[in-house]
Design a protein around this ligand. Structure first.
Ligand SMILES: NC(=O)c1ccc[n+]([C@@H]2O[C@H](COP(=O)([O-])OP(=O)(O)OC[C@H]3O[C@@H](n4cnc5c(N)ncnc54)[C@H](OP(=O)(O)O)[C@@H]3O)[C@@H](O)[C@H]2O)c1
Length: 381
């Protein structure tokens, strides 16, 4: 029996965590082509905080919320949470009843059209439409991918959500990474970085992780060839050459930006005679700062190709689902919080300790004992 109302964490406007209110709201009804999902776990992403705080300027200081098709799609009230795992409990018109009961993972994109190869207005569930910080969510049937794998818990499935994994995938495909290439992955211990390390290994590329020494063992175990210390940027070029045997990095997958960008470019262009492809820089984040000073002469003279990456395509989602089902992609799950405790989770996410790797997930209180408690972060924030 599906209740008429449900618990949800509702974002009521731009601002601090106090703008997130734990409320009773109407349970959504699945429309034609949709499924109703009972949420069991939703992974947290940086975008939840950035969208809440209004930190998406397109030019310095210009806007609080990013635009799609000329207008902001984030309106209030809004239920955030992009990376949703759960079970189908009802279907809308035109959807096979056999889907009821299936466990799945959402492809989080709000696609503007049916194109499978390109996605030019990347909006997403939890931003332009309600997401998973709730007990139920209605989503397109073809974007709720069946993940039967009994070896994966629901929290682990959510931790492989597309906001991180599809972004990582699109960084890889944009730069056309190939087997044997040396790839610098910055922000390596985060959701996107841990996905990138795995994706590099799947395609046969060699990932070099920029992170912190106390995360090195875990990153090496995940597949990093070597871990470079971001607290020692004065010796960064030496660190890279020691790790690569003096060879240049072929491509950089950058999530950090800021003052470090110029140094990342140096790792690719210090000896152009040692290269056989153009230097490539895929950028999908700016955890180290939104503004980088780069001499354009260095970009065009060294023919550095730069790819801005946001989200990904239906084709990439399909490929990721195949790799999740096949066990090639693994979850990197740090821990879980209850939905009613999202304020604490937000503080924990921002003030994370040095042991933090991968994702945290948010579990509806009614699902906690089954899906959250095994991953409880003791002591909270
Ligand atoms: N374009 C998109 O569609 C899209 C999608 C998802 C995420 N993003 C963006 O991509 C970035 C990474 O996302 P995520 O989900 O992986 O984030 P995350 O889980 O928060 O990880 C970010 C990592 O960056 C590193 N870092 C943080 N502050 C830093 C600083 N000041 N200098 C250098 N390194 C720093 C840390 O890794 P170490 O401790 O290992 O250094 C941290 O774990 C964020 O900026 C996010 O907003 C964009």
């Amino acid at each position: 029996m599906i209740p008429d109302t449900m618990k949800a964490m509702v974002l009521t406007g731009h601002g601090g965590v106090d703008m997130l209110k734990y409320q009773e709201v109407a349970t959504p009804t699945p429309g034609p082509g949709e499924v109703l999902v009972q949420v069991t776990a939703t992974a947290k992403n940086n975008t939840d905080r950035k969208a809440r705080e209004g930190l998406y300027p397109t030019k310095k200081g210009e806007v609080k919320s990013f635009m799609m098709g000329g207008k902001p799609t984030l309106t209030f009230p809004r239920i955030q949470g992009a990376d949703i795992a759960g079970r189908v409990v009802a279907v809308g018109e035109g959807v096979d009843q056999a889907r009821v009961g299936q466990r799945g993972l959402l492809d989080f994109n709000l696609y503007a059209n049916d194109r499978r190869d390109i996605n030019l207005t990347p909006d997403y569930y939890g931003h332009g439409a309600d997401g998973g910080f709730a007990e139920y969510v209605a989503v397109p049937s073809d974007q709720f991918h069946h993940i039967p794998n009994p070896e994966l818990s629901d929290a682990e499935v959510a931790s492989m959500g597309m906001c991180s994994y599809q972004t990582a995938m699109h960084m890889v495909t944009s730069a056309n990474l190939a087997a044997g290439e040396r790839v610098l992955v910055t922000g390596a211990s985060g959701g996107v970085g841990t996905a990138l390390i795995q994706l590099c290994r799947i395609i046969g590329a060699i990932p070099y992780a920029l992170s912190q020494p106390d995360k090195a063992d875990a990153l090496l175990a995940l597949g990093a060839e070597a871990v470079l210390d971001r607290s020692n940027m004065d010796r960064f070029q030496e660190q890279v050459r020691e790790a690569t045997g003096g060879k240049p990095i072929d491509a950089v997958m950058d999530l950090v930006g800021g003052e470090m960008t110029d140094q990342f470019i140096d790792t690719m262009i210090f000896d152009m005679n040692a290269r056989s492809t153009y230097p490539r820089l895929s950028i999908a984040g700016a955890s180290g700062g939104n503004i980088s000073e780069i001499l354009w002469t260095r970009i065009y003279l060294y023919q550095v190709q730069i790819f801005g990456v946001s989200h990904g395509t239906r084709e990439e989602a399909d490929q990721l689902v195949e790799w999740i089902r096949g066990g090639q992609l693994k979850p990197v799950l740090h821990g879980a919080f209850k939905l009613s405790d999202l304020h604490t989770a937000e503080h924990y996410f921002v003030n994370r300790g040095s042991n933090y790797l991968g994702k945290i997930v948010i579990v509806p209180d009614a699902q906690w004992d089954s899906h959250g408690q095994p991953y409880e972060i003791k002591g909270g924030a």
